[in-house]
Design a protein around this ligand. Structure first.
Ligand SMILES: Cc1ncc(COP(=O)(O)O)c(C=O)c1O
Length: 378
């Protein structure tokens, strides 16, 4: 049997990871500036993470959500503190798409409405409603086409005002669009969404799957605008590679038995992985580290030739060059042994390293990039 080929692959097979480094089967070392799409938040094979998961698997790995799982409550407690969402409730699931799917479903259950406002360039996942809210017709199957979704230009206050009314169920927005090429929602825009949602009885869903979990120097990027969303969705960095996702739900939503559900969501192992990640984030001050390193790195990147714009916050960074980055990215990986990311913007290189990456590794990357960029003509 062959694999169903849906991913363009790099001809590299990492077999070992430690911190921000990976090694392939020939022992060649790579610097990971991408964290497997923002997933590796505390570095590969962090010793504390390994210890906690190993201890848990030796006790019990899984049982369904029909029994009491104490680590879910521990996780809720820890998340409420670190996110500042003390009054919110937690629902656990397995992936970012599933988190968004549940958030949208919950909003619709609560206000009985169907219309969703999403934004151009958005990516919210591949399940039916999440993909319908994703601005990429090539990944929307005919069965997932949905007339209830309206796409507006990001940061267009007037378009938003024109579209908001009592029919809108929810507005879903990434604080910083990741797949869309590191495009930031501005704070005035985020505040306006919240204001209009409150005025019209709609809900604001903050997709924090990529820009959340401390990556931008704040637990949730959206909150830097001074508002609280009605629902936050999280995944990626939450489990450092162990599949876990969740939604934080404001107290205005009332839970009902059977309303949401999942077999695997919030299982013993997943919760332990997530708790270990939070331990490391707190013990190593990783949110502050992301902010400080990110500020420094973005300033340095601005001094490089061919840079048109540096966008981002913390360790979620887009380097927009004045030429398409595909060849450069290949050179970085094959010659310089450095993983970076692309995006739907062909000129933008995406950086999403672990939040505890060493400054020296970033210095090494800057040197390589500076030298490489000399080879390109203006
Ligand atoms: C902002 C955002 N939302 C949702 C998703 C979907 O997450 P998953 O692939 O875990 O379903 C992604 C994945 O890249 C994402 O970047």
């Amino acid at each position: 049997m062959s694999l169903f080929q849906v991913y363009p692959l790099y001809d590299i097979e990492p077999v070992k990871g430690l911190g921000e480094y990976l090694w392939d089967k020939n022992g060649v070392q790579y610097l990971d500036l991408y964290g497997g799409h923002a997933v590796i938040s505390i570095g590969h094979t962090h010793p504390h993470y390994l210890k906690k998961i190993t201890e848990q698997i030796n006790k019990i790995g899984f049982y369904s959500n029909s029994i009491h799982i104490g680590s879910q409550e521990k996780l809720a407690e820890r998340l409420s503190k670190i996110s500042g969402c003390e009054e919110y409730n937690l629902f656990l699931c397995n992936s970012g798409a599933e988190a968004n799917e549940n958030a949208l479903k919950l909003a619709s259950f609560a206000n009985g409405r169907k219309k969703i406002i999403a934004f151009k360039g958005a990516f919210h996942g591949r399940t039916s409603l999440a993909v319908a809210c994703t601005d990429n017709p090539s990944i929307i199957a005919p069965i997932n086409e949905n007339e209830n979704i309206v796409f507006l230009p990001l940061n267009d206050l007037q378009a938003l005002e024109n579209e908001m009314n009592e029919e809108v169920c929810a507005v879903i927005i990434e604080g910083i669009q990741g797949v869309g090429g590191i495009q930031l929602a501005n704070f005035e825009f985020l505040r306006k969404i919240k204001e209009l949602c409150t005025r019209f009885g709609a809900y604001m869903i903050a997709d924090s799957v990529q820009c959340g979990y401390g990556r931008t120097g704040n637990f949730f990027y959206h909150d830097l605008s001074g508002i609280k969303a009605d629902i936050y969705t999280m995944a990626k960095g939450m489990g450092n590679g162990f599949p876990i996702a969740g939604i934080l739900i404001s107290p205005v939503f009332k839970a009902k038995n059977g309303m949401l559900g999942t077999t695997f969501g919030g299982n013993h192992l997943a919760c332990e992985a997530a708790l270990a990640v939070l331990d490391v984030i707190e013990q190593e001050n990783l949110i502050e580290n992301a902010e400080n390193l990110g500020n420094w790195l973005m300033q340095e990147l601005k001094t490089l030739p061919h840079v048109k714009e540096i966008r981002g916050k913390g360790l979620m960074i887009g380097i927009e060059l004045d030429f398409p980055i595909a060849t450069l990215r290949d050179k970085l990986i094959y010659e310089h042994k450095m993983f970076t990311g692309n995006s739907s913007n062909k000129n933008t290189l995406r950086l999403l390293p672990a939040l505890n990456i060493a400054k020296s590794s970033l210095v090494q990357f800057l040197e390589v990039l500076r030298n490489e960029l000399k080879n390109y003509k203006a």
